[in-house]
Each structure stands twice: as structure tokens, then as C-alpha cells.
Design a binder for this molecule. Structure first.
Ligand code: ATP
Ligand code: MG
Ligand code: MG
Ligand code: MG
Length: 425
């Protein structure tokens, strides 16, 4: 049984304007994650993800993995320590101060990879030339990325080590690249639908990455460092100012909002494959450079961004699908009348019945701090934002006994009364 009393969840209260490890607290997600014991900073832009954050991140990994694999993508794992020589060949060693450089004992230079286009192109070159019959190919991984951000900010929203799901496409022709690009676009939409987050896809410049087409995936949030225009009438969105003050689609005046970039998709062309000799052999002809595409979603950033979008100053609210636990049970206070009729044995039985529901098997928490009032524990559960709170309150003495169910999945907390049978349905 998962008990609150045994959770490794160091709770703290951060006084106003206080700094933690020399870092200012600048946004709600950062404050909640720290105060509620999900994340601890070690130094500027570096964080320990504690057990509750890990649970949430794992759920997010499962959702994104399932959606990306539906496109046919296959998972691999590339070393995070990547040869600096590859980055010299593509010219990106010059992009500068964000690169974290490492040297081994023999003086060989490496980077802690901020992204993996070079590594993938090198792999395709190494096993190539591929036949056109092996294309398109979509490979992805989930893992840490390293960027020496000029100003790490807003906790895990802009950190120096973060978790990304990054995917790389290899294609024989532009039309095929576009097809794969569209299938990943569908996967991204599905991910944000499951999370019930209104993420806007906007056309974006290709920047240092190079290439011919790119979209950013932006989520509205006050603390966002980007800004987007959204049409109030048809919901068309663009990077702020990119398409003028007129909606390109319907002519209505656009509204401007701060936003957080949670994902990015690119068609890269042959910049990396040409520099690193990643070729394929077409149906009839000689080897030519593979067309590449790449896709990234920042998972740790998305976790915090979703809290930023859904929470208020007082309490966290999660997309239901990634709350650290889906349901918490709060038993009566020890010594109360309710405790006499509904003590530890009954709570254990209730826990067993609920965890028999297949998708709740490993997803239920019991707040076993029965020396505390129900009210206090309820406040904490609401602060944590567990989507369903089951309270064994006064109505546990009714016949038949009923439980108070607090549903936190809407904008307001809704309370129902359920018998055990109704609860288990
Ligand atoms: P930003 O504009 O915010 O610096 P980026 O454009 O440099 O982000 P990309 O290179 O497009 O980021 O990387 C893909 C995704 O990785 C981003 O959309 C974002 O979700 C995530 N990401 C990038 N930098 C960070 C960071 N420092 N901390 C957390 N997540 C990040
Ligand atoms: Mg950046
Ligand atoms: Mg960006
Ligand atoms: Mg980007």
C-alpha cells in the first residue's frame, strides 16, 4: 500500500522573495514543485526529480511513447556524450556558449548533447548507404539533453539538463518527408489531446537548425518567454507579429499572449546528411544524401508548463493523465466515531477494492496520517491536485455508508456522495 506517511516528499514553505540555491522563485509551477516536495534544485538549472515528479514524468513518457510509436517510430538510445568532431563537420560547434564541452583523458573532445541530429546522421552514414526500400525511417529516444542556458529560469521550464523525446526521420524524397512530418504532427496533437492542453502549432523560422519547414508547439502561459497571436474567431495562431495584426485566415484582429514552447518540428533537408555522408541509394541511380526531419518535445518542460497553465497560486492542477497519483483515500481521524466504525481494516479493504480496478492498480495513495484532521489532509490533497479524493467523512456512518468524492478534474472542485458499489463502477 502506498501511504502518504512513507512518501519521500520533503515539504517546505518558501518565504516571499526568498531564493533557493541562489535562484529566484519566478513562477507557480516552480514554487509548487519545490514546496510540495516534487523537485529539488542542486545548482543553477539542475534539478533532482523526486519520486512524485518521477511518477508524473513516467506517465508522460508512456503517453508520448505510445503516440509516437503509432507513427511507426522505433526507439533507440544514443550516447549523451557525443563526439565534438561531428559538430565540427556540420559547423554547429560554432553555435556557441550553450554547448557543454567535455574532454576525456586522451584529450578527445566531446559534448554533452543538446540535441542529436549529428549523432543520427553519423549512425545513418555508418550503416549506409541505405537502400531507398529502407526509407522512410523514423527513430526516436527519450533522454536527458544538456544546454548551458545563459539564464536558467522558471525551474524545470528552462533548465540546463532536461528530458526530451526526440525523433529523427530519414527520407528519400521531399513528399515522403512531408508525409512523415504530418504523421508526427498527428501524434503531437494526440498527445496534447490526451493531456487536454490547448497547445497551438505555429509556423516558425528554422534558425540554427537549418532546413525548410518548421513549427513550434506553444502553450499559453503568463510566464512564457515566447509570445503568440491567436485569432479569437477561428483560433488560427502564429508567432507574435509573424503574420501581421490580421488573422491570415479570417481577417479578425489577433490577440497576443505569452506562451511556452513545448515542442518543435523541422524538415531539415540534407544539411546534416551531406556534412556527415549519410546517403541512400535510389531505385535507379547513384547514392545521394538522405533527407532528414527532426522532432522534439521537452518532457520536463511540458510537465511544468501544464502545471503553469492549469494551476492557481494556491494549488496544483494536473492533466488527469499525468497526476503523480490518480486517487487518494483519506480515512477518518483516529479516535473519532467514524474511526470506530471505519478504522484501518476498512480502509485497507477500500484500498484493495479500488486498486482492483485495472488502471488504478498502482495509482492510489492512502493518506494514513490519521492523527491529523480530515480537513487538514483534504487541504493538502487539494493542494497536490490529486484528480480524485475519496474522503471517509461523517456519511460513512449512514446506512449504507457513503464516501465523499472530491473531483478536481474540472475548473471547480465538485463533491459527490457515493456508496462503495457506486464508487467502484
Ligand atoms: P527555447 O526557445 O525555449 O530556448 P529551443 O527552441 O532552444 O527552446 P529546441 O531546440 O527546439 O528548443 O528543443 C526542443 C524542445 O526541447 C523545446 O521545444 C522545449 O520543449 C525543450 N527545451 C529546450 N530547451 C529547454 C530547456 N533549457 N529546458 C527545458 N526544456 C527545454
Ligand atoms: Mg533554446
Ligand atoms: Mg525556441
Ligand atoms: Mg525550438
Amino acid at each position: 500500500m502506498r501511504r502518504v506517511s512513507q512518501l519521500f516528499q520533503p515539504l517546505i514553505t518558501i518565504p516571499k522573495n526568498a531564493k533557493i540555491k541562489n535562484t529566484e522563485i519566478t513562477c507557480k509551477s516552480q514554487k509548487h514543485l519545490l514546496e510540495c516536495g516534487l523537485v529539488r534544485p542542486t545548482s543553477s538549472g539542475l534539478f533532482i526529480l523526486l519520486p512524485l515528479a518521477q511518477r508524473s514524468l513516467k506517465k508522460l513518457e508512456n503517453i508520448t511513447t505510445t503516440c509516437i510509436e503509432r507513427t511507426g517510430a522505433q526507439r533507440l538510445a544514443l550516447p549523451k556524450l557525443t563526439s565534438a568532431g561531428l559538430w565540427e563537420k556540420t559547423g554547429r560547434i560554432e553555435i556557441g556558449p550553450e554547448l557543454l564541452k567535455v574532454e576525456d583523458r586522451h584529450g578527445k573532445k566531446y559534448l554533452l548533447a543538446p540535441t542529436h541530429e549529428e549523432s543520427i546522421a553519423d549512425l545513418l552514414a555508418d550503416v549506409g548507404p541505405l537502400s531507398y526500400k529502407q526509407l522512410p525511417l523514423l527513430l526516436y529516444q527519450i533522454g536527458e539533453k544538456y544546454r548551458d542556458e545563459h539564464r536558467p529560469k522558471h525551474g524545470v521550464l528552462r533548465s540546463r539538463e532536461f528530458v526530451m523525446l526526440d525523433a529523427y526521420g530519414a527520407h528519400a524524397a521531399a513528399a515522403c518527408a512531408l508525409q512523415v512530418y504530418e504523421s508526427v504532427t498527428v501524434a503531437y496533437r494526440r498527445i496534447f489531446d490526451i493531456l487536454e492542453l490547448p497547445v497551438h502549432r505555429v509556423e516558425a523560422p528554422t534558425g540554427d537548425m537549418g532546413g525548410s519547414l518548421s513549427h513550434e508547439w506553444q502553450l499559453k502561459a503568463d510566464v512564457g518567454e515566447d509570445s503568440i497571436d491567436i485569432c479569437p474567431s477561428c483560433s488560427h495562431a502564429s508567432l507574435a507579429g509573424a503574420e501581421g495584426e490580421r488573422c491570415k485566415n479570417c481577417g479578425t484582429d489577433m490577440d497576443t499572449f505569452n506562451s511556452i514552447e513545448v515542442g518543435h518540428t523541422f524538415i531539415l533537408g540534407t544539411k546534416y546528411s551531406e556534412a556527415l555522408n549519410a546517403n541512400f541509394v535510389p531505385n535507379n541511380g547513384t547514392a545521394e544524401p538522405i533527407l532528414m526531419s527532426c522532432y522534439g518535445i521537452g518532457l520536463t518542460r511540458l510537465l511544468a508548463a501544464s502545471l503553469e497553465a492549469l494551476s492557481d497560486e494556491k494549488s496544483m492542477r494536473w492533466p488527469k493523465a499525468i497526476a503523480p497519483y490518480s486517487l487518494i483515500i483519506i480515512g477518518p481521524k483516529e479516535g473519532s466515531k467514524e474511526w470506530q466504525s471505519h478504522g484501518w481494516d476498512k480502509i485497507a479493504k477500500l484500498y484493495d477494492s479500488i486498486t482492483n480496478i485495472p488502471n488504478l492498480m498502482n495509482d492510489v495513495l492512502v493518506d494514513d496520517r490519521h492523527n491529523m484532521t480530515i480537513g487538514k489532509r483534504l487541504m493538502m490533497a487539494e493542494r497536490m491536485g490529486y484528480p480524485t479524493i475519496v474522503v471517509c467523512g461523517k456519511s460513512i456512518l449512514d446506512s449504507p455508508p457513503t464516501y465523499e468524492i472530491h473531483d478536481l478534474t474540472g475548473t471547480d472542485v465538485v463533491t459527490h456522495s457515493f456508496t462503495l458499489d457506486q464508487l467502484l463502477q
